[in-house]
Ligand binder design. Sequence first.
Ligand SMILES: [Zn+2]
Length: 447
Amino acid sequence: MENLDNIVSLCKRRGFIFQGSDVYGGMAGTWDFGPLGTALKKNIMDAWWKFFVEDRNDMYGIDAAIIMNPRTWVASGHTATFADPLVECKECKSRFRADKIADGINESVTTEEFLNTHTKCPVCGKESWGPIRKFNMMFETHVGAILPDDDEATSNKNIAYLRPETAQGIFTNYKNVVDTFYPNLPFGLAQQGKAFRNEISPRDFILRDRECSQMEVEYFVHPDTWEQNFELMRTLQHEFLENVIGLPKEKIHELEVPAEDRAHYSKRTIDFMYDYPGGEEELMGLAYRTDFDLSNIQRESGKSMEYRDKQTGESFIPHVIEPSIGVERLFLAVMTAAYTEDEINGEKRTVLKLPENLAPYKFCVSPLLKNKPELITKAKEVFDLLKNKYSHVTWDDSGNIGKRYRKQDEIGTPKCIVIDFDTLNDNTVTVRDRNTTKQTRVNIANL
Ligand SMILES: [Zn+2]
């Protein structure tokens, strides 16, 4: 069955994902992608970029810096409100996110409300709590030459943050793009990149990590048209998730976020939930952010964020629809959907049924026997031919054919190609299908 432990174990065993800084005993909340994970992640991100940017006429890509002017986070509200409720056990000094260890409370819990839940410390079992304190999740850093013995005023002047979201890199470039490209509304700015959150207790493998990759579009619209553009973006998300990435439709659930749970800037939010092995979890969000961000930037920077309509001459601050997706969350959804255990001729196997466009390798090429030079020469020829044509091709001449098939099944290679003695006579090869394990003879010219 698809359970998280099996997927984590496969990820490690086959070089998809390793613990971050593994060699030094790890670094909590960080993960490193190995060769196959890197390939799969890149295929997912490239598919998104093609679908949302390259194949459309209303989208522009940008790639903003991770370290931004700290005024960005004052204007966006992150300096004041990007915080989780932290509670410390007075007995063992362990720190927790209050709303994650007690039931029935949310992020805005007060000390009194928390104490009333009579939660016991998950580490020592005692019930002895300090007050709830707000913990800002932005990673702080210093920019420029700061020395350890500088006074506080000097070092505070140089504080900057690793961006907690990619969105602000888009909003702060909105005016640059309008002034250089003169796009008609509606238009979108898309970005992929890293964002950082100092989670109090990272968990659930790559679902809640401290460093993640986001893919976001800010879609700028006339305020009167936000509803139809919200629907457009909603449809596009389903098309991408179901048709491009191949997630099963029945595992995706829309959750209309009620007003009291929405971010303060949003007038409507739909969370796209996914059935992960551990239960339903957020996969991505679609939010109507109104003119919240551009208006804040206008106020903080003193520069006009107004858009002037070329036809009507009307000037206004555009409103924004934002689809936002975490790459790691999507990666895990893709792995979950693909992970299959079945039985072939009485033998159990694990197979990763990845869509062909996402598989790290499209083909694996093998000689039937590795001690026959004529087979190896021919197989190398076929390998070079396919490598030139498709790039994502791997070579395997280890162990016996059965073992090679099982290894390729586990990493999701859709087709295995075997060169045997018949190949030398008639130029045909065996093509073995990952999902069905059926084998067919195909002429090399038709591969
Ligand atoms: Zn404790």
